[in-house]
Design a protein around this ligand. Structure first.
Ligand code: UDP
Length: 325
């Protein structure tokens, strides 16, 4: 197959490119490097079945050409990271909604299947643990910046499903839960790259809030295996699937584990949410996916456990410290 990956120079997109190439496919990456990075795809530049286009995807003639040349599209281009979202709400809303709108319109004209990567953020403040794909989405109010991300992704999901129902464009919607691994940057607030960098530098490890909030972390290699599998599954068309792990850990527990595994002497400090993000910031106390549906559709299970995940991030960070280029 010939796949187009929007946002393919990002953390998840670049790993997806690796996996698809290893499976024998052709891959074109479209990325404007706003949060992605050339270093994520530098190792693929000479690959005979790989090419990249550095451009903003809100360029209708270019997008039409690239979609036309592809057999199917993985749509990963989006504003990501809670810090970025809170600081740049206009960019978040515009990027997430406009890019998806344009891509779906172009894909419908050309008849190309689209897989949309949404997020576990859409469950918002729901307390119906584990989160099932058919559960209610519980958003906070519009004056709190964080929810703009959840709402923009929920609109993307509505759009993708509407294109399938009304225009018969095959679309697949996935909700990625906290996805981590090598190449992820802490610049946009993600917790594991931040904690690992802080621990290795001997700086204080910053736990936001009381640290009792918990998350389940998925290794990016597991996530991209699920993306590739769902793209190929007939039964995933017009449907929403969670992709995540159910191994839950509190953020304080995570800070302690990172400190242990790095043999760091860093102290763990508590930072109020208002200082870390913005006044009246709302966090989710827990976020756990129900995996019944993805198990039924493609038989997928996460295989990499939390210690292996942390190990891979620590090794990546150490190699970057030795070879900063
Ligand atoms: N967090 C933290 N310290 C950091 C970065 C994040 O305590 O340096 C917390 C954050 O408040 C949240 C959790 O870690 O409760 C996961 O944050 P992340 O941004 O990685 O993902 P989220 O689950 O919020 O989308």
């Amino acid at each position: 197959m010939n796949y187009l990956i929007t946002g393919g120079a990002g953390f998840v997109g670049s790993h997806l490119a690796d996996t698809l190439l290893a499976q024998g496919h052709r891959v074109t990456v479209l990325d404007d490097l706003s949060t992605g990075s050339m270093s994520n795809i530098a190792h693929l530049r000479e690959h005979p079945r790989f090419r990249y286009v550095i451009e903003n995807m809100l360029n209708p003639p270019l997008l039409a050409e690239l979609v036309d040349e592809a057999d199917a599209v993985f749509h990963l281009a989006a504003a990501v990271g809670v810090k970025l979202i809170v600081e740049s709400p206009v960019r978040t809303l515009e990027t997430n909604i406009r890019c998806t709108e344009l891509l779906l319109a172009v894909a419908a004209k050309k008849g190309r299947k689209v897989l949309l990567t949404s997020t576990s953020e859409v469950y918002g403040k729901s307390t119906a643990i584990p989160f099932r794909e058919d559960g209610d989405l519980v958003m906070g109010c519009t004056t709190r910046g964080r929810w703009s991300y959840a709402c923009s992704k929920a609109i993307d999901e509505f759009l993708a499903i509407a294109y399938w129902r009304e225009k018969q464009l095959p679309t697949v919607v996935v909700r990625l839960f906290n996805t981590v691994g090598p190449r992820q940057t802490g610049r946009y607030g993600m917790v594991i790259p931040n904690f690992v960098r802080q621990a290795l530098a001997g700086e204080p490890i910053t736990v936001y809030g009381d640290g009792l909030q918990s998350r389940c972390f998925t290794h990016v290699s597991d996530s991209v295996r699920a993306l590739a599998g769902l793209m190929e599954a007939e039964a995933a068309v017009g449907e929403v699937h969670n992709i995540g792990s159910t191994q839950e850990i509190s953020i304080l527990g995570l800070a302690e584990r990172v400190r242990e595994m790095t043999e760091s002497k860093s102290e763990i400090v508590y930072v109020p949410y208002a200082v870390a993000y913005e006044e009246n910031f709302e966090d989710m106390p827990r976020r756990v996916p129900c995996l019944d549906k993805i198990r039924r559709t493609i038989g997928w299970e996460p295989e990499v456990n939390l210690d292996e995940i942390l190990d891979s991030v620590i090794q990546f960070r150490q190699s970057r410290m030795l070879n900063p280029a």
